[in-house]
Design a protein around this ligand. Structure first.
Ligand SMILES: NC(=O)c1ccc[n+]([C@@H]2O[C@H](COP(=O)([O-])OP(=O)(O)OC[C@H]3O[C@@H](n4cnc5c(N)ncnc54)[C@H](O)[C@@H]3O)[C@@H](O)[C@H]2O)c1
Length: 341
């Protein structure tokens, strides 16, 4: 099986690369290294079945050349993270809409099947008890860049569905809900790596708003195998699937659990959304998935508990920071950067 992963040097993508190499796939990563990095693939770089193509999904010819000869494509390349979207709305929109169109066209041209990675953000401010795949989307103004990620991913899904209907493209859509785990970066506003990093450094844990907003975090190691089973499942074609966590937790409780699990001496402070992002910034109070559909069709089971997730994130962050200070790491990084240039 020859598999292309766009965004394969990112957080979820790098876990997917490892999983597919273990399954015996030949894997080609297409990534522009904007938020991803070759170091995320450090454990797989010496595997001859892995090829890394440095390039953008906005480069139509490059996308087509990369997808040609592939059996399947996982499309993860995107501008991700509230901070990034708010700071760079135009390039984010371009990547998240035109980049996806290029991938869809390449799959139609080559006959490759496609897993389109969308997001739970498409549900916007819908705070229902359990969001099913049929739940309504409640979005703020399109003039607020905070909502353009959800708007663009919604367009991606509509495009994918139309390609399935009109061209018979074998495409399946997944909507991850706050997927977390080792190698996720906190640089673009992701809450778990940010709070864990602060706890490890003994700094105050910065919680935005009143902290009573809730989320359901799922472990990347539970989400990735479900994506792989879904792309291989003919009954999934043309449909969307929620992939989310089982436990609803407020961000205040998350921060306290991080302090407890890491044994940190830090305390929690609160920062208004206006100070964290921009005046008028809106967030959703809760986001709770109903993932019955994926559980029933491919046995999706978000079994890893939050405390274990925190431990794994903290363990990886701690050893990475130590490793990155070692001179041999710096030398290897220079070689990797050269290889991906
Ligand atoms: N992490 C989550 O909680 C979460 C939740 C819902 C959906 N998703 C989706 O999962 C996918 C992966 O997200 P992630 O959390 O791993 O983030 P990430 O930022 O680590 O991964 C995105 C990857 O795409 C690459 N990329 C960005 N623009 C590109 C371009 N123009 N051309 C080629 N590569 C490009 C980046 O360099 C990076 O490696 C995204 O599509 C995201 O929308 C993630």
């Amino acid at each position: 099986m020859r598999t292309v992963i766009t965004g394969g040097a990112g957080f979820i993508g790098s876990h997917l690369v490892e999983h597919l190499l273990e399954q015996g796939d030949e894997v080609v990563v297409l990534d522009d290294m904007s938020t991803g990095a070759p170091r995320n693939l450090m454990g797989s770089l010496d595997d001859p079945r892995l090829t890394i193509e440095h390039g953008s999904v906005l480069d139509r010819e490059k996308v087509l050349a990369t997808v040609r000869g592939a059996d399947r494509v996982f499309h993860l390349a995107a501008a991700v993270g509230v901070k990034l979207i708010v700071e760079q709305p135009l390039s984010s929109l371009r990547t998240n809409i035109h980049g996806t169109e290029n991938v869809l066209d390449a799959c139609v041209a080559t006959g490759a099947s496609l897993l389109l990675v969308s997001t739970s953000e498409i549900y916007g401010k819908n705070a229902s008890d359990k969001l099913t795949e049929e739940s309504d989307r409640i979005l703020g103004s399109p003039l607020k860049s905070r909502w353009t990620y959800a708007a663009a991913k919604g367009i991606d899904e509509a495009f994918a569905h139309a390609y399935w209907t009109e061209y018979g493209l074998d495409v399946t859509i997944v909507r991850p809900f706050n997927t977390v785990g080792p190698r996720q970066t906190g640089r673009y506003g992701m809450v778990v790596p940010n709070l864990v990093g602060q706890a490890l450094r003994g700094e105050p844990l910065t919680v935005y708003g009143d902290g009573e907003q809730t989320r359901c975090f799922s472990y990347v190691g539970d989400v990735v195998p479900a994506m792989v089973r879904l792309i291989a499942e003919p009954r999934a074609t043309g449909q969307a699937f929620n992939l989310g966590g089982a436990e609803e937790v407020s961000i205040n409780s998350l921060a306290q659990r991080i302090i407890d699990v890491t044994g940190s001496t830090s305390h929690v402070t609160h920062l208004s959304y206006g100070e964290a992002y921009a005046a008028g910034f809106e967030d959703m109070r809760r986001r709770v998935p109903d993932y019955t559909k994926a559980a029933e069709l491919v046995g999706f089971d978000p079994a890893t508990r939050l405390d274990d997730i925190i431990l794994r994130v903290a363990g990886e962050m701690h050893s990475r920071e130590r490793r990155e200070r070692e001179p041999q790491f710096v030398r290897r990084q220079v070689i990797l950067d050269g290889r991906s240039a």
